[in-house]
Design a binder for this molecule. Structure first.
Ligand SMILES: Cc1cc2nc3c(=O)[nH]c(=O)nc-3n(C[C@H](O)[C@H](O)[C@H](O)COP(=O)(O)OP(=O)(O)OC[C@H]3O[C@@H](n4cnc5c(N)ncnc54)[C@H](O)[C@@H]3O)c2cc1C
Length: 354
């Protein structure tokens, strides 16, 4: 380890903490990750969908042209290093809701803005007997899903091997600040990065940030449908093995508890029936709290008043697509003092602290 290497403590091993840890290990840093699996993170509940064109209005996802090349490169290279498969590139089919959508996309198809993301415009229905898509739809490329549990488990082994992993609840009272370093668990570190997801809203030092946690539920189902692409129409349906799909998700920012509910399960299944004629068998049901923010953008960067303390949060509903690009922004700041893109920089909220 050269003298320019930093000792960095990361709290949380969801997508944010994991992607950042890999990025920093790749740059030769001395990384320790602290994670408490008893504190349920959002990453383990997530569908992992990567979708460049989203929403009812079918617009390019925020900052897609910067995010997508970075995520592709990141997950492809880590698949090679970790020697396992978790980045599944699959087309996603988005049925048009109205005939005008078909006409709009026939006009937009050649637009250089969308060339990287649109594979085909279907002018009429596909899977006609099963799928509601009378006006055809849009077949997307550069899309797919990340098998998040496989990614997190294999990354965890790598972190244990190349850095340090501590399975423990982090308590703020155990952290000691000096002018140039911090001390935790009897060891000195140059910097600490909080990657605690929605749990950060209870934080002693970042609780003032405008978090808007959002509860989500998702199902694993078995259906009699043989397709190799995802479908999104209000809900997403993603094939993960023959006959097995991920189906989700709900969005709820007025929840009064964090457990899964029968109502959410029924809502997901009813929404599926609105576009697919099928009798699903539910094999699993997941719940998680998305770490979303007031302006729906990530929050990354340095604490305004406490030295050597950073945050990586606010991945919201798109952690898989956002985290590799955000981790590069943050590691640039931590290691080279590079400015963070102002759209995701924590400094846009500094006025809230005064
Ligand atoms: C139902 C559902 C479906 C979703 N689908 C998608 C999708 O299809 N595509 C997509 O990109 N995103 C999706 N998301 C969003 C995605 O889950 C998040 O963007 C992302 O996982 C957030 O990662 P994170 O690391 O910031 O937080 P988390 O995953 O919550 O990780 C936080 C980590 O910190 C640990 N921790 C917290 N406090 C402490 C402490 N005091 N001490 C030690 N450890 C601590 C926790 O154990 C956890 O491991 C979905 C979310 C839900 C709920």
């Amino acid at each position: 380890m050269g003298k320019d290497n930093k000792r960095i403590l990361i709290i949380g091993q969801g997508l944010a903490g994991t992607v950042l840890a890999l990025e920093l290990l790749d740059k030769g840093q001395d990384v320790t990750v602290v994670n408490d699996p008893e504190i349920k993170g959002s990453s383990w509940a997530a569908g992992g969908i990567i979708n460049p064109i989203t929403g009812r209005r079918m617009v390019k996802t925020w900052n897609a042209d910067e995010l997508f090349p970075v995520l592709k490169d990141f997950y492809n290279s880590w698949e090679a290093i970790l020697n396992c498969k978790f980045y599944h590139q699959k087309n996603i089919y988005r049925p048009f809701l109205e005939l005008s959508d078909l006409n709009d996309w026939l006009a937009k198809y050649d637009d250089p803005e969308y060339l990287d993301y649109v594979k085909k415009v279907e002018k009429g229905p596909i899977l006609e007997k099963k799928l509601q898509n009378p006006h055809g739809g849009l077949l997307l490329k550069n899309s797919g899903y990340l098998d998040i549990p496989v990614f997190l488990k294999n990354a965890q082994k790598y972190i244990e091997d190349k850095g340090t992993l501590v399975i423990k609840e982090f308590l703020y009272q155990d952290l000691f600040h000096s002018e140039n370093h911090i001390t935790w668990n009897g060891k000195e570190y140059d910097d600490i990065v909080f990657c605690r997801g929605a749990n950060e809203r209870h934080s002693e030092i970042f609780g003032w940030l405008p978090f808007r946690p959002n509860k989500g539920e998702l199902l694993n189902i078995k259906i009699d449908l043989n397709i190799d692409f995802g479908i999104t129409r209000g809900k997403f349906l993603m094939p993960v093995a023959k006959g097995f799909f991920k189906l989700g998700a709900t969005y709820d920012n007025h929840y009064d508890h964090e457990e899964k509910t029968f109502e959410a399960k029924q809502k997901i299944l009813n929404d599926l029936k609105n576009f697919l004629d099928t009798e699903p068998e539910v094999s699993d049901h997941f719940v998680g709290i998305r770490p979303a923010t007031k302006d729906r953008k990530p929050i990354i960067g340095k604490h305004p008043e406490i030295n050597n303390v950073f945050i990586f949060n606010g991945l919201g509903a798109k952690g898989v697509s956002l985290s590799p690009w955000c981790a590069k922004e943050l590691s640039g700041q931590i290691l080279e003092n590079k400015p963070i893109d102002k759209r995701v920089n924590i400094d846009r909220f500094f006025s809230l602290l005064r």
